[in-house]
Design a protein around this ligand. Structure first.
Ligand code: HPA
Length: 247
């Protein structure tokens, strides 16, 4: 069984059939919401809304540890994460779907490891390649199989939020080599690695990042809704194909 973590614009996976919900608790507190089990493309999957089902949990308030712990506890084969992002690179405009291959973490003060506390041994995970190569490949193949344009590879810069960035911050991210900017990619990806879960992200670009393209003067939040809806729908089709094609 695969897990799907839905971000903004994907609080409910309406394509899921025969759904059942299960409330789980973890040693780290409560996940963002009940886990929803159901069938996608006739395969069993479990879905979790990262921001809660009513979109009430801000990026810096998400209990990433509880979410990943719950998925680990269920013994999922892998995790597909859907993340809405801003495009830093000019060619990554609204409506683009991207499978990032790198991360830069600008977050702070988040509970970002399972390996802490009196009883925990000091543990360092390898994170050279932060995403699972097989799951990335499956997302890319799935998009191609259904004729959805997709970008292979980008560096996801994760900011603290909840405010959007200044133009100067985006300039710095671009100089650092960031291509996309979002607020939830970390510590989620690192915790998945700590938990031994295969994890990959499908990035949904909903705006040009601050100071770039149409966002030169401001990010027009009121414009994001429609592009988000349309692009997330395409992302779900890719996930359906990814789940269908899994052995
Ligand atoms: N910045 C950070 N997070 C985001 C953005 C952005 O421009 N767009 C969507 N999520």
């Amino acid at each position: 069984m695969y897990a799907i973590i839905g971000g903004s614009g994907l609080a409910k996976l309406s394509a899921l059939q025969n759904t059942r919900r299960r409330v789980m608790r973890s040693p780290y507190g409560e996940p963002s919401g009940a886990l929803t089990f159901g069938r996608l493309a006739d395969r069993e999957v479990v879905f979790l809304a990262r921001h809660g089902y009513g979109h009430t949990i801000a990026p810096h308030e998400i209990n990433y540890r509880a979410n990943i712990w719950a998925l680990r506890e269920l013994g999922v084969q892998g995790v597909y994460s859907v993340a809405t992002v801003g495009g830093v690179r000019d060619d990554l405009g609204p409506g683009t779907l991207v499978v990032p291959d790198q991360i830069i973490d600008y977050t702070h003060s988040r509970k970002s490891t399972f390996f802490e506390g009196a009883e925990a041994r000091v543990t360092h995970i390898d994170f050279t390649l932060p995403y699972s190569a097989p799951l990335r490949a499956r997302l890319l193949e799935s998009a191609r199989a259904i004729g959805e344009p997709i970008v292979d590879g980008a560096t996801y810069a994760c900011t603290q939020g909840p405010r959007l960035e200044t133009a100067a911050e985006i300039e710095r991210i671009a100089r650092d080599g960031g291509d996309l900017v979002g607020m939830t990619g970390m510590p989620e990806a690192a915790l998945a690695r700590e938990a031994g879960l295969d994890y990959a992200t499908l990035g949904v670009v909903v705006n040009h990042a601050a100071g770039r393209g149409e966002s030169r003067q401001a990010i027009k939040l009121e414009d994001l809704e429609s592009v988000m809806r349309e692009t997330v729908t395409r992302a779900v089709r890719i996930l359906e194909q990814a789940v269908r094609s899994a052995s």
